[in-house]
Design a protein around this ligand. Structure first.
Ligand SMILES: O=c1[nH]cnc2c1ncn2[C@@H]1O[C@H](CO)[C@@H](O)[C@H]1O
Ligand SMILES: [Zn+2]
Length: 367
């Protein structure tokens, strides 16, 4: 029996709901003002504008390119200003504060340490600075009344050949806040199997990893990521729909790979707005997340790059509510799916589900 009146699902009330974010890039989430101030401080010359609003709009428009390769070009300006420790600490601290203020209670934020070495920082210095930033930001968020826990994922860039080195770095820092590993960057032409030595090492070390796959390239990329590399989760994974047939009479047939992904409960880190920008989906309304949710794949909702998509965890959920008619029960399902799939110990995942997520939604649902 409901004990209180349910709260209406609106963009504002979604911010109050506890949310879990597994796929968010540190270098894709800077505040436009911070990009401008850091560029000024280090003498970075390349920004297209130094007006805050204009710069925010520029990132979204430039990333709205229909191609992953062109979308990724915009990261030159964020990585360009993240080349010293103070910048990394600030960006990570603000990231934690922004996510917490948006109602995110657990996040895994990823970045590629190899992109911040242009001015001589070592990989260890980079990871330590980012961890310090998240510590600070989490503390500041708590002072503002927002409880958040943030883990990091270290990415190796697919086009470079440093994945084993980055995997070793992730393992070295696993007790200092690094939750796992990922490969990112252009997908076409850079299959995940190029990094097999890194994945074998991570398996040997009982370490967690996800792989960006099935975003700008199709089923072979997903198949390799799971069956050759042993990825625990899929970054995006949208193209898994290519292995699902819907007949004219509405009956649905899953191919062997799609069946495997669903049967094994392999989490899909779906990022709707980002996929529309890179051309992986035609629109939010046409995004495969609708079908995959209906078929009960282990779907999670994510931001990918808040700066490039002009989005937040709440705005992504609000967009899904608008286009698919989802309610609190669906948002709670996405959130619990994400928490179950986190690279965190079982007891800690359970504690967040039982102590934070379920009570938070119960209050909103009036139950
Ligand atoms: O959606 C994506 N697909 C593949 N790579 C990405 C995506 N978003 C960001 N990055 C890449 O990951 C790096 C580390 O954070 C970013 O610098 C960007 O190049
Ligand atoms: Zn991504």
């Amino acid at each position: 029996m409901p004990t209180s009146t349910p709260v209406a699902v609106t963009p504002q009330t979604i911010r109050m709901a506890p949310k879990v974010l597994l796929h968010d890039h540190l270098d894709g989430g800077l505040r436009p003002r911070t990009v401008i101030e850091l560029a000024d401080a280090i003498g970075y010359p390349g920004l297209p504008t130094t007006n805050e609003e204009e710069l925010g709009r520029w990132f979204v428009a430039a990333a709205d390119s229909g191609s992953l390769e062109r979308y990724l070009e915009t990261f030159a300006h964020t990585c360009g200003v993240m080349q010293d420790e103070a910048a990394l600490i600030r960006v990570a601290a603000e990231c934690a504060e922004d996510l917490a203020a948006d109602g995110v209670v657990y996040a895994e934020v990823r970045y590629a340490p190899e992109l911040f070495t242009e001015r001589g920082m070592s990989l260890d210095t980079i990871v330590s600075a980012v961890q310090e930033g998240f510590r600070l930001g989490t503390e500041r968020a708590a002072e503002q009344g927002h409880r958040i826990r943030v883990g990091t994922l270290l990415c190796a860039m697919r086009q470079n050949a440093r994945s084993l080195e980055i995997a070793e770095l992730a393992v070295r820092y696993r007790d200092a806040g690094v939750a796992g590993f990922d490969i990112a960057g252009p997908e076409a032409g850079f299959p995940p199997t190029r990094n097999l030595d890194a994945f074998e090492y991570l398996h040997q070390q009982n370490a967690h990893f996800t792989i960006h796959a099935g975003e700008a390239f199709g089923l072979p990329s997903i198949w390799e990521a799971i069956q050759h590399c042993g990825a625990e989760r899929l970054g995006h994974g949208v193209r898994i729909v290519d292995d699902i047939k819907v007949d004219e009479n509405g009956s649905i047939h899953l191919g062997r790979l799609a069946g495997f992904v669903r049967d094994r409960r392999i989490p899909l880190e779906m990022c709707p707005s980002s996929n529309v920008q890179t051309g992986a989906a035609a629109s939010i309304a046409d995004h495969p997340i609708g079908l995959l949710t209906k078929l009960r794949f282990r779907v999670t909702v994510n931001t990918d790059n808040r700066l490039m998509s002009g989005c937040s965890m709440s705005s992504e959920m609000a967009a899904l509510v608008e286009h698919f008619g989802y309610g609190w029960a669906d948002l709670r399902w996405f959130t619990i799916n994400a928490m179950k799939s986190a690279f965190l110990g079982f007891d800690e995942r359970l504690a967040i589900i039982d102590d934070v997520i379920k009570p938070g939604y119960a209050e909103l649902m009036g139950s």
